[in-house]
Design a protein around this ligand. Structure first.
Ligand SMILES: [Zn+2]
Length: 253
């Protein structure tokens, strides 16, 4: 039965990922996410149902548009696999529970931010708002309205901390160190895991970003590194390994 649910959530995750790729590429360009339907961005030919099956279509079409043979972006294929796997695995890990539903929301946000931030250096507002509302709702449902309220305050605290980090960074480096999207994302982090774990996310994210930042500085002199993907990855890691991180946190008590 577990395996059955794994497949179900894998399929849901990979299908949602195709939708997230549409959202993360159309919204930054100011296009509608519903109209027109899925089409090839080069020759405009609208896609048939068999060209829209997540993962499999990419394999059967050999990664190319059926008409103009333009390459379909490979990140869509990987996003579908990653989202499917993560949905399935978090079911195996958490079962039907509060943590499972929150993890689905966080994974969705992860996919959206990876695509929009790496491609356009943008973290969209709407997914952040939706994530916050769903997480608050789940906290209310599973715990209490009071818990949601406290989480809201935790979100504001982490938002302010990140704002200060950005301010200091600007003073020190004489340029914008953090984007507005990163600071808003800190709100979501505080809201989801609270202030102490949230601070751990911030620390972890800088470690995760370091190799990539060094690499991009060495290769193309571009100091502009999207930070969102590393922030949301740390949030997911901390959320999945709460117990390991609570051990570290206890060392400070
Ligand atoms: Zn085409």
């Amino acid at each position: 039965m577990e395996f059955f649910y794994f497949i179900v959530f894998f399929v849901i995750g990979s299908s949602l990922a195709s939708f997230y790729c549409v959202v993360a590429t159309r919204l930054p360009e100011g296009k509608s996410i519903v109209k027109p339907g899925s089409h090839c961005i080069v020759c405009n030919h609208s896609l048939k149902w068999f060209e829209l099956v997540p993962i499999l279509s990419y394999i059967f079409l050999k990664g190319k548009c059926r008409y103009c043979k333009t390459n379909i972006p490979i990140y869509e294929f990987f996003a579908e696999i990653a989202c499917g796997l993560l949905f399935g695995l978090s079911f195996l890990y958490f079962g039907f529970s509060y943590s499972f539903y929150v993890s689905l929301v966080l994974i969705s946000l992860l996919i959206l931010i990876f695509v929009s931030d790496f491609k356009y250096m943008i973290i969209l507002d709407s997914p952040l708002v939706i994530t916050s509302l769903v997480v608050l709702g789940l906290k209310w449902y599973y715990f209490s309205l009071y818990t949601s309220f406290i989480s809201l305050i935790d979100g504001v605290i982490l938002f302010v901390i990140m704002l200060l980090i950005g301010f200091l960074g600007k003073k020190m480096f004489k340029k914008e160190a953090l984007g507005g999207g990163d600071i808003k994302l800190a709100f979501v982090i505080g809201l989801t895991v609270g202030v102490p774990y949230g601070l751990m996310c911030l620390v972890l994210s800088s470690f995760l970003a370091l190799p990539y930042a060094t690499y991009s500085m060495l290769t193309n002199n571009s100091h502009e590194v999207p930070y969102g993907p590393f922030l949301i990855s740390s949030l997911c890691i901390v959320f999945f390994y709460y117990d390991k991180f609570s051990y570290i946190l206890n060392l400070f008590n």
